[in-house]
Design a protein around this ligand. Structure first.
Ligand SMILES: Nc1ncnc2c1ncn2[C@@H]1O[C@H](COP(=O)(O)OP(=O)(O)OP(=O)(O)O)[C@@H](O)[C@H]1O
Length: 237
């Protein structure tokens, strides 16, 4: 399902940063229902900052974020109530077990196990004892089982084995096929290109390239060396 409606979220001429220092400059982007959009870029490009300002956690310095067509400065908790899910690094309660993490997230175990049957054996395991991949399945289950309109995910697959990365990205793709819009910050460039509909490349706080995975793949080696430098952090398996 691609490009099926009005944008869920839009940034228009958006600048944002910390204190008085802008990190993002003049950013325009959008995510529509049913599409997976990848946000790529080298370390420090401003990818996490982009998610923070889109989520409502960080206020814009200038320009605007339109969430569900509105231009107000809705804070994160209000956007969350209205269907925005934000998954950062390992967003689990490590002192609770898997089942209680789901309960706190108001997700039933049946819903979560339908998405990730792998978690069944781990329901009574403390979330702090789960593997990195299982923790991310739990975070993603908590986010996706509440059928959000938009998922913002920051390096879901950081440090995980390739098969687990595939599993997580496939879950996002399937949710998008049912109508979710997703904006994914990902280091696994080639893997995310396999499931994305569109890509933005961010460098030094500006979007330097947009296109479809097919368009980017045609020049991927050049893009990686020109725009995604810091090769050590760009896993291209
Ligand atoms: N809380 C903060 N206070 C001040 N500066 C910050 C803060 N968070 C990030 N920055 C700065 O903003 C810039 C962009 O950081 P950001 O984390 O958005 O980049 P990124 O593209 O997500 O990088 P990475 O891939 O390394 O996570 C960096 O120069 C960083 O030092």
């Amino acid at each position: 399902m691609h490009d099926t409606g009005q944008p869920l979220i839009e940034a228009r001429a958006l600048s944002a940063g910390y204190g008085t220092v802008p990190v993002l400059r003049d950013l325009d982007l959008e995510v529509r229902p049913g599409e997976v959009v990848a946000l790529l870029g080298p370390n420090g490009a401003g990818k996490s900052t982009t998610l923070r300002v889109l989520s409502g956690e960080l206020a814009p310095m200038s320009g605007e974020v339109r969430w569900l067509g509105g231009t107000g400065q809705a804070p994160l908790h209000r956007r969350a109530r209205e269907g925005l899910a934000y998954v950062g690094e390992r967003a689990v309660f490590t002192r609770l077990d898997t089942a209680d993490n789901l309960r706190v997230g108001r997700v039933t175990t049946d819903q979560a196990l339908a998405l990730f049957p792998e978690l069944e054996k781990r329901l009574r395991t403390g979330a702090g004892m789960l593997s990195g991949g299982e923790q991310q399945m739990l975070s993603l289950a908590r986010a996706l089982c509440r059928t959000p309109k938009l998922l913002l995910a920051d390096e879901l697959s950081l440090g995980l084995a390739p098969l687990v990365v595939d599993r997580l990205l496939r879950a996002v793709r399937e949710a998008a096929d049912r109508g979710l819009g997703a904006l994914l910050v990902e280091q696994h460039v080639r893997k995310v290109l396999d499931i994305a509909d569109r890509v933005y490349v961010l460098r030094r706080g500006r979007i330097v390239m947009t296109g479809t995975p097919k368009e980017l793949r045609a020049n991927l080696d050049e893009i990686e060396s020109s725009y995604l430098a810091h090769k050590a952090t760009v896993t291209t398996d």
